[in-house]
Design a protein around this ligand. Structure first.
Ligand code: AMP
Ligand code: MG
Length: 386
């Protein structure tokens, strides 16, 4: 339902230096062959394989960035550097380490091959990429290695999807900003910073709206503004069944069409989601482990889809390092876990959805499907990497 509701945003050009993490909105085509000429893969001498048994007279020196002028004829060679253009007539490059100076009258002007055999050591023109070939497809998430490709084909301002604007608002009378010392019965707002960081990691634009009190009118005012100004609103806290959990009713009051409230996921049960025009809105549970997990499972795929990217979470199947057991099997569970040196999945001691230090040690979230009460040591489990 979340993915089906996703609108796609427009696109914009971006400078290459700022393109990492953005999603390509165009196919990128190479304007040239790569390599653009037959290229030496070694420092050495370019010559004819048929002449390897003879002394070879050196007719030219070719550094990288230089166009050869001499054609190689019988018993000739050119001194050549890695990355340089292999001259016409040559069909191999012998490594400098496998040569000695010649014995003739001008020893420095000739060499002799001392090896037994040699590879060609030539990267043929167009071996890697042909001119006109699509080198990067629309929808990919740009990583550092893609920057090299964009630079190679001269695509210096790729067209990428616009970053969703995401408002992050924490509700709770007990919350104080992280820089304040909590008084009795207060805690610091850890959720807002974590959610903003998660949003930025996906490549979207986070706007930290701070803390709003558990008061219907204050939530109403804050939410109306956030919905009007953003593509996605993430509220945290106030979504369950307590006397001061006003978020679900206020979401409806401001005109959000609620598509679901409550999910069969642990942690994350009270999650609520709705749509208002072009804006999507989540009410996430207040506990930081819960909001983290629900972001991973539901919000991240939505943000990527809004940016034209089909998110495929990285999941590995590993044997369990120790048995896990639980009483209530109603929901699908996601438990913080580490991957051990022996390539097994080890659940981390976890007291519940406020236990942020358990999450901090985790390599991933281990999944126990609904209906499953016990998994034995060695049983295969899915770990979704975080
Ligand atoms: P709630 O979802 O509002 O019922 O909150 C559930 C639990 O999460 C309570 O213990 C809250 O104090 C805690 N909590 C709520 N919001 C935050 C927040 N922004 N940062 C840290 N903890 C929170
Ligand atoms: Mg609350």
């Amino acid at each position: 339902m979340v993915l089906e509701s996703a609108p796609t945003l427009g696109s914009e050009p971006v400078e290459l230096a700022g393109a990492v993490g953005r999603i390509l909105a165009q196919d990128v085509v190479s304007d040239m062959d790569m390599p653009p000429f037959d290229k030496a893969a070694m420092d050495g001498y370019a010559c004819r394989r048929a002449d390897l048994g003879h002394e070879l007279s050196i007719v030219e020196t070719i550094p990288a960035g230089y166009v050869p002028r001499q054609r190689i004829e019988a018993n000739q060679c050119t001194r050549i550097m890695t990355g340089a253009w292999v001259p016409e007539g040559a069909d191999c490059v012998i490594m400098v380490e496998e040569t000695v100076s010649g014995t003739g009258p001008s020893t420095s002007e000739a060499v002799r091959f001392t090896g037994v055999q040699t590879a060609d050591n030539i990267c043929p023109r167009g071996e890697d990429v042909r001119a006109g070939q699509v080198v990067l497809g629309k929808g990919i998430r740009i990583r550092p290695q893609h920057i090299a490709i964009l630079a190679t084909v001269g695509c210096t301002s790729p067209c990428v999807f616009r970053q969703p604007r995401v408002a992050v608002i924490s509700t709770g009378d007990e919350l104080v900003p992280p820089g304040d010392k909590p008084q009795a019965s207060q805690i610091r707002n850890s959720n807002s910073g974590q959610l903003c960081a998660q949003v930025r990691q996906v490549g979207a634009m986070a706007r930290n709206g701070g803390i709003v009190a558990d008061h219907p009118d204050e939530i109403d005012t804050m939410l109306r503004r956030a919905v009007a100004e953003n593509d996605l609103v993430l509220l945290s806290g106030g979504v369950s069944a307590g006397d001061y959990d006003y978020v679900p009713q206020i979401m409806r009051r401001v005109g959000i069409d609620v598509l679901f409230h409550k999910v069969a996921i642990k942690p994350g049960k009270p999650t609520i989601f709705g749509v208002c025009g072009q804006t999507r809105c989540f009410g996430l549970p207040g506990n930081p482990v819960s909001s983290f997990v629900v972001f991973e499972l539901l919000v991240k795929p939505l943000l990527y889809k809004m940016m034209g990217h089909e998110y495929r979470p990285l999941c590995v199947s590993l044997p369990l390092a120790e048995p896990v057991q639980r009483g209530n099997t109603e929901r699908q569970s996601w438990i913080p876990a580490t991957i051990t040196g022996a390539s097994t999945a080890e659940p981390i001691e976890y007291h519940g959805s406020a236990h942020i230090t358990a999450l901090s040690d985790a390599d991933g979230l281990l999944c126990i499907e609904a209906g499953v009460a016990r998994l034995d040591r060695g049983a295969p489990v899915v770990v979704r990497l975080i």
